[in-house]
Design a protein around this ligand. Structure first.
Ligand code: FMN
Length: 171
């Protein structure tokens, strides 16, 4: 079974993370804030859903920043990772969900295979995001501030991609 670990500053992402875990309950049995996680919790999983909100100007939340040295101690080769980002495309249009790219670069550097990383930018209006590779978002994108009513459909559609791309052995 996989696990989900998230970062948050004011709690918005906790509810999003719980909804993602529920949509992937066949593959993911726990949703936990990264400030309560240990490196061994991540080492124990073949499938990891990692994400959180973007703060500052395109930065990770403090809980992820504190955990980064531990991420550097984890060998992700053989692990499958799917990423999600929570942001605000109106107020932070020049760095919409940019922090997701920091996690993406890190897990790829550590050897992970990232799945469900071809998420359409259609339906969002923003000036710039670091989290776009080859014209698509590298993971699920959620905007609870401006489009909360689209959250569940976005989660469910992305969960299908995760399910299709996850190795059969994980289920
Ligand atoms: C000070 C501040 C900085 C922010 N910076 C960004 C940003 O650079 N990019 C972005 O997409 N959203 C940004 N946001 C929006 C948050 O990511 C958004 O409000 C999110 O829902 C917060 O989730 P959380 O409560 O889980 O931390 C920022 C919000 C605040 C208050």
């Amino acid at each position: 079974m996989g696990k989900l670990f998230y970062g948050t500053m004011t709690g918005n992402t906790a509810a999003v993370a719980d909804s993602i875990q529920a949509a992937l309950a066949d593959l993911v049995d726990e949703s936990k804030c990264i400030d309560r996680a240990k490196a061994d919790d991540l080492r124990a999983c073949d499938l990891l859903i990692l994400g959180g909100s973007t703060w500052g100007d395109g930065e990770l939340t403090d809980d992820w920043v504190d955990f980064l040295p531990q991420l550097d101690q984890i060998d992700f080769s053989g692990k499958t990772v799917a990423l999600f980002g929570v942001g605000d495309q109106v107020s932070y249009t020049y760095n919409f969900v940019s922090a997701m790219k920091i996690l993406y670069d890190k897990v790829i550097e550590r050897g992970a295979r990232v799945i469900a990383r071809n998420v359409s930018v259609e339906g969002f209006e923003f000036a710039h995001s670091e989290s776009i590779v080859d014209g698509a978002f590298i993971g699920l994108v959620i905007d609870e501030m401006n489009e909360p009513d689209l959250t569940q459909a976005r989660i469910e559609s992305w969960a299908q991609a995760v399910r299709q791309e996850a190795p059969v052995a994980i289920a």
